[in-house]
Write a protein that binds this ligand. Structure first.
Ligand SMILES: C[S@@+](CC[C@H](N)C(=O)[O-])C[C@H]1O[C@@H](n2cnc3c(N)ncnc32)[C@H](O)[C@@H]1O
Length: 355
């Protein structure tokens, strides 16, 4: 059968597809195939995996097949805010992606588009985008995330996993550091300091998701050549006032503001391409959402992102008591009123589900 006929009979253009399972991989603590945000998937419905780096492993293939089948059965679509595309939209976005950096995570390579056209679940090319969340070590112990401090000495990250990450990352175009705190983790810092265009020839940008408390001038200088590759910062703050900051994160507000001024300076000088501030509202902090947006206006931020508070296993909080975004929460009405005001403000991205 000719190529054109094969594509025609696949009827791929009738489907809507999420590009993430075809170009992204998260290397996390668990050995699961996670192409997007862990909280957006129904991982418990998938067979357990033993090797994270199986880009074409059983879990990955099942998730891709669910896109071709159109049932997205492993996705929690009410929580996820990823965009889905028709096949031709993906072709267009991938073509435009060659000329603009506007949508780096949506564009796919020609090889991957061909794989999709034939509804292949095993892809001929590795991931373009890697999210690294395998190291839990952090300078903070936020109650929404964990019950106790995880220092470098108690981090469970194995050298093998770290080496696997290093090898896989050599072909990536973007790397996002999250999980623990990249600027605190000795392994992540060593990795960041070793990064350059020789070790990672395809790498276009590194994103740090950081609490910002260690992002000072000395730290920035110490990153050496890799500063040219660290183009994007996502600073998690979760508070618009010092009082709320103490309650939800526990770090120094003064230090944070000082470091945020440095971030602003780097953004204005063009040393950073993108700065996002993040806020996860819950009972203890939602009343300072508006102040948070006002504060961000003084810091030349590109985006203000509000995200859903989730039930994380290691959290020390009572989820139902804190989850004001849920309709049945006694303070949900007040939360909704504030949300209405916040959503309308410039640069705000509201990615909060009510379930
Ligand atoms: C766990 S931190 C790790 C990366 C980095 N150290 C930082 O602070 O951004 C990543 C993000 O998760 C958010 N977070 C913490 N607990 C959460 C929860 N229970 N549900 C949803 N997001 C949470 C934080 O606010 C932060 O934006």
């Amino acid at each position: 059968m000719s190529l054109v006929k094969k594509i025609f009979y696949s009827r791929i253009w009738e489907k809507r597809l999420c590009p993430y399972p075809f170009n992204r991989l998260e290397i996390g603590v668990e050995n699961d195939f996670v192409p997007c945000c862990r909280d957006w998937l129904n991982l418990n419905q998938l067979p357990k995996h033993t090797n994270t780096l199986e880009w074409n492993g059983e879990q990955a293939k099942l998730i891709r097949q669910s896109m071709y089948d159109g049932n997205f059965k492993y996705c929690q679509r009410e929580k996820c805010h990823a965009v889905t595309f028709s096949f031709w939209q993906l072709v267009l976005v991938s073509f435009l992606g060659r000329f603009t950096s506007k949508f780096p995570y949506y564009s796919l390579s020609l090889k991957t588009l061909m794989d999709i056209a034939f509804k292949k679940t095993s892809l001929s090319e590795g991931p373009r985008h890697i999210t690294y969340t395998a190291d839990f070590a952090c300078n903070l112990k936020c109650p929404s995330c964990r019950t106790h401090h995880v220092g470098n000495e108690t981090s469970h990250l194995s050298q093998k996993k770290f080496n696997d990450f290093f090898i896989l990352s050599k072909n990536a175009e973007t790397i996002l550091f999250s999980g623990g705190e990249a600027l605190y983790s000795e392994k992540s810092l060593a990795f960041l300091r070793a990064l350059d265009s020789h070790t990672h020839p395809k790498l276009k940008s590194v994103t740090l998701m950081t609490n910002g408390l260690l992002f000072n001038k000395v730290m920035w200088q110490s990153l050496g050549n890799s500063r040219k590759l660290i183009r994007r910062l996502m600073v998690s703050i979760d508070a618009g006032t010092e009082e709320h900051y103490q309650l939800v994160r526990g770090g120094s507000w003064k230090q944070l503001l000082e470091n945020l001024s440095l971030v602003k300076e780097l953004r204005l000088k063009g040393e950073l391409d993108f700065v996002s501030w993040q806020f996860v509202p819950r009972k203890d902090n939602f009343r300072s959402m508006n102040e948070f947006v006002t504060l961000s206006e003084k810091f030349s931020v590109d985006r203000i992102l509000f995200q859903t508070f989730c039930q994380w296993e290691q959290s020390s909080l009572n989820y139902n008591e804190q989850a004001v975004h849920l309709k049945n929460h006694p303070e949900n009405e007040e939360f909704q009123k504030l949300a209405f005001l916040v959503k309308k403000r410039p640069k705000v991205t509201w990615a909060i589900s009510s379930t």
